[in-house]
Design a protein around this ligand. Structure first.
Ligand code: FES
Length: 165
């Protein structure tokens, strides 16, 4: 590939809407690939823009970084998602969104019994401990959210950028 076909970091950041720090993070996580110019600057193939659009869409649906990596890894080597890939993947994501909506509705309905209560008890509060996760040793913090509503915590430096999650 001609070096002129490659995009410098600033151009990718401007056109994708991701901060340079987010691009470096995604590169370190293996989601996108860069090469170094003779001057040591990162450059990217133009196809990285489509790959970043895919990452943003997947993130908006609620996929964790690991899940996004798995989705991208399922494509033939370094290829960006084609229209038919997108059709197959987005059908799967619709099911996932439906499940997330159902989980949120269950959480909202559990809130009804909390109004005026305030106990936040792990034994009886459906919001503090939905599905009695505590009883099966689900761990702390976000483990108490329904599985579908848990997310990776954002990296501090990446979160300062435009929108990596
Ligand atoms: S706060 Fe008491 S049941 Fe939720």
């Amino acid at each position: 590939m001609d070096a002129q076909d490659r995009l410098p970091m600033g151009e990718v950041a401007r056109r994708s809407g991701f901060a340079a720090s987010a691009l470096r993070y995604y590169e370190s996580q293996g989601l996108i690939a860069a090469t170094r110019s003779s001057g040591g600057q990162r450059t990217f193939e133009r196809s990285v823009l489509r790959r970043l659009a895919f990452i943003r869409a997947a993130s908006n649906v609620g996929l964790s970084l690991e899940e996004i990596r798995d989705e991208l890894a399922a494509l033939p080597a370094e290829r960006t998602p084609t229209k038919s890939d997108w059709h197959r993947i987005s059908k799967h994501w619709r099911v996932r969104l439906d499940e997330q909506i159902a989980a949120l509705e269950r959480l909202r309905d559990g809130l009804d019994s909390c109004i005026g209560c305030g106990c936040l008890s792990l034994k009886q509060c459906g919001i503090s401990n939905p599905g009695d996760v505590a009883a099966v040793g689900g761990g702390a913090g976000a483990a108490y959210l329904p599985r579908l509503l848990r997310r990776d915590p954002p990296r501090r430096d990446a979160a300062r950028g435009s929108s990596p999650r």
